[in-house]
Design a protein around this ligand. Sequence first.
Ligand code: FMN
Length: 190
Amino acid sequence: LSSYFADEWRKERPDAVYTYRDLAVEPIPHLTSAVRDYIMDPDGDHGVTAEERALVDAVATEVRNATTVLLAIPMYNYTIPSTLKAWIDYLVSPAVMVAVGAETGPLSGKPVVVITARGGSYAPGTPREGRDYQEPYLRAILDSIGLADDLKFVHAELTLAATVPAMEKLRPLGAKSLADAREALRKLAA
Ligand SMILES: Cc1cc2nc3c(=O)[nH]c(=O)nc-3n(C[C@H](O)[C@H](O)[C@H](O)COP(=O)(O)O)c2cc1C
């Protein structure tokens, strides 16, 4: 789905540049105290390595420079994978947060598209309604850095129905969720 959105987005904007970061292939390390101190106070000497400094700066620069941000995320244990949490821990800093009392911050106004894939369904009326800790968490943290002004979620649900025999009856619903997600992404990319 993320490739589909990216392809459609590029089709509409042939001259646009993009950056791609695969957090599974190149995981961002968990925060250390030194890296956290550097994020809070980039001018101080906190004993961070040049590599750590470069990674913190690269994550922030990528988001600052983006005109559209796409996050593509599997659901792990009702929430985001820890690889994405590490990226968020590197990104969120006083430099990008919406200050207390302010309405906007340096990242405000960017369109953000979040695509999730989840094995089950969390739709209203389903047995697991209320256990989606991805969307509420991401809404909250993205809002605190100004990235919730134009924030869209697209969920592909019941992805495990295709392979888990006990979910066989849910296959048509899983296929519909995937088709609906593609259609929603086509419209968003345009
Ligand atoms: C470690 C792990 C934890 C998972 N936890 C959940 C979960 O809590 N709820 C759920 O609906 N699916 C869960 N799944 C299933 C994945 O969300 C699902 O397979 C999804 O389609 C994975 O994304 P992908 O298809 O892009 O690989 C889990 C999968 C893994 C590997």
